[in-house]
Design a protein around this ligand. Structure first.
Ligand code: RTP
Ligand code: MG
Length: 158
């Protein structure tokens, strides 16, 4: 940028059904803001099986996929667009390892250590790369999708 400062980056975050039903939303948002992220967008949505499956399409051949879809459709989720310098890597670091049980030992200050239960029920999601962030943000937020009318977004959420 003209100021010479590092460029801001966007990432996609989600509070999963166990995070919402366990009333961890305020604590998670506080951690987000205290870590210097701006919450650019947020929306509560209820995923159906088709949408949850498409969101996690990369895992569709894995043995845990049916359980993952069941988990992700078990209640509403809160989806967010976060912004800061190095947002993708910093949000992944803040949430901690996939297995919340392990996170409690190795990353006790992580969000998954705070609100997750195990390898599946880990209360939050974070994009794993800038490319994933772009896909996941446009998956849920039409204003960030570059497509024309009838784009991926409309197909997935309507
Ligand atoms: P996420 O995509 O949700 O941010 O999680 P992640 O990158 O840390 O982990 P990933 O490998 O992408 O797995 C996606 C989600 O699937 C569930 N899972 N269950 N039972 C199992 O073996 C298993 N493994 C993964 C978790 O909910 C995980 O976050
Ligand atoms: Mg992942």
């Amino acid at each position: 940028s003209s100021s010479g400062s590092a460029e801001k980056e966007k990432t996609f975050a989600m509070i999963k059904p166990d995070g919402l039903s366990g009333n961890y939303t305020d604590e998670i948002k506080n951690a987000i803001l205290e870590s210097g992220f701006i919450i650019l967008r947020e929306m509560t949505v209820r995923l159906d099986e088709d949408t949850a499956g498409k969101f996690y399409a990369e895992h569709s051949s894995r043995s845990f996929f049916p359980a993952l879809v069941k988990y992700m459709t078990s209640g509403p989720v809160l989806v967010m667009v976060l912004e800061k310098v190095n947002a993708v890597a910093d949000w992944r670091a803040l949430i901690g390892p996939t297995d919340a049980q392990k996170a409690k030992v190795t990353h006790p200050h992580s969000i998954r250590a705070m609100c997750g239960q195990d390898l599946e029920k880990n209360c939050v999601h974070g994009s794993d790369s800038p490319q994933s962030a772009e896909r996941e943000i446009s998956f849920f937020f039409e204003e960030f999708s570059s497509g024309a009318v009838g784009s991926k977004h409309d197909e997935l959420l309507e």
